[in-house]
Design a protein around this ligand. Structure first.
Ligand SMILES: [Zn+2]
Length: 233
C-alpha cells in the first residue's frame, strides 16, 4: 500500500467513525416510547349500541387509526390489546398489557347517556385510596408509593389528552374524573380511560362515525401523547 492510499484509508476510516459516533453536541437521540391502546369491548360484548352502531367497532377503528398515526412520529410505538373483533376479559387485557410493558395505557370507550342530551368527552382514572399509614407493612408502603407516582403521571397525561380532545370537541370537556377502572387498577402503569364522546347524542354520533373526524381524534390523541412524553422528566 503506498502512502497516498494509506492516507485515503485513514481518511475514510475517520469519516466512517464520525458517522458511527456523531460528535457530542449534536442533537440527542429522541426517546422511544410504547403506548398501549386498549379498544374496549369486542366480540359478543358490543358495549354501547345505537342504531346498529356499536361501541366495540368504534373503539377498534380508533385504536387502529392511532397506531397508524403514531407510526408517523418515529418514536412512539403503539401496541393494542386487540386488533380484531374479539371478546377479551379484563384479566386477559391486563395480562397482555403486562407482557408488553408499555410506558402508558389509554383505554378507549364511547359513552352513553340516559337521554340524548349528555355530550362531551370524559377522561378518568381510579383515584388513590388512602390507606392508614400507621402499622402498614413496608412492602405495602412501597407499593403505595409506586401507585402514587403512576397517579401523578396519569394526571400529567390527562392534561395534554384533554387539550387534544378539546380541538375536536370544543367546549365539550366533562373534566377529569376519579372513577374505578378494573383495567387500570390491575396494571401498575400510568393510564387513562377515555370516553371519547356520546354515541347517544346525535351530533356526537355523526362525528364518531365520520371517517375524517375519526382521523382527527386519532391525530389529536397522538399529539397529546407526544406532549406527555416531551414533558416526561
Ligand atoms: Zn365502554
Amino acid at each position: 500500500m503506498d502512502k497516498r492510499c494509506l492516507r485515503y484509508g485513514i481518511l475514510s476510516l475517520l469519516l466512517l467513525s464520525v458517522g458511527l459516533f456523531p460528535a457530542t453536541g449534536s442533537a440527542a437521540p429522541q426517546g422511544r416510547y410504547t403506548v398501549l391502546i386498549d379498544a374496549a369491548h369486542g366480540g359478543g360484548e358490543p358495549g354501547v349500541v345505537s342504531e346498529k352502531i356499536r361501541e366495540k367497532d368504534l373503539t377498534l377503528g380508533l385504536a387502529l387509526l392511532i397506531r397508524q398515526e403514531a407510526q408517523k412520529t418515529g418514536n412512539i410505538q403503539v401496541q393494542l390489546t386487540r386488533s380484531a373483533d374479539k371478546e377479551m376479559a379484563v384479566a386477559e387485557r391486563i395480562k397482555a398489557i403486562e407482557a408488553q410493558k408499555p410506558d402508558c395505557v389509554l383505554s378507549l370507550h364511547v359513552n352513553a347517556g340516559f337521554g340524548k342530551k349528555a355530550a362531551g368527552y370524559e377522561v378518568y382514572f381510579p383515584g388513590f385510596r388512602q390507606t392508614a399509614a400507621g402499622g402498614a407493612e413496608s412492602a405495602a408502603i412501597i407499593k403505595d408509593m409506586a401507585v402514587n407516582r403512576h397517579l401523578n403521571d396519569s394526571v400529567r397525561l390527562a392534561q395534554p389528552i384533554q387539550a387534544a380532545l378539546e380541538t375536536v370537541f370544543p367546549r365539550k370537556g366533562r373534566g377529569l374524573r376519579d372513577a374505578p377502572s378494573p383495567l387500570l387498577e390491575g396494571v401498575s402503569l400510568p393510564g387513562l380511560v377515555v370516553e371519547v364522546a356520546f354515541l347517544t347524542q346525535p351530533d356526537e354520533k355523526k362525528k364518531l362515525t365520520n371517517a375524517e373526524t375519526q382521523k382527527a381524534i386519532a391525530r389529536a390523541l397522538v399529539k397529546g401523547l407526544r406532549e406527555y412524553f416531551q414533558s416526561t422528566p
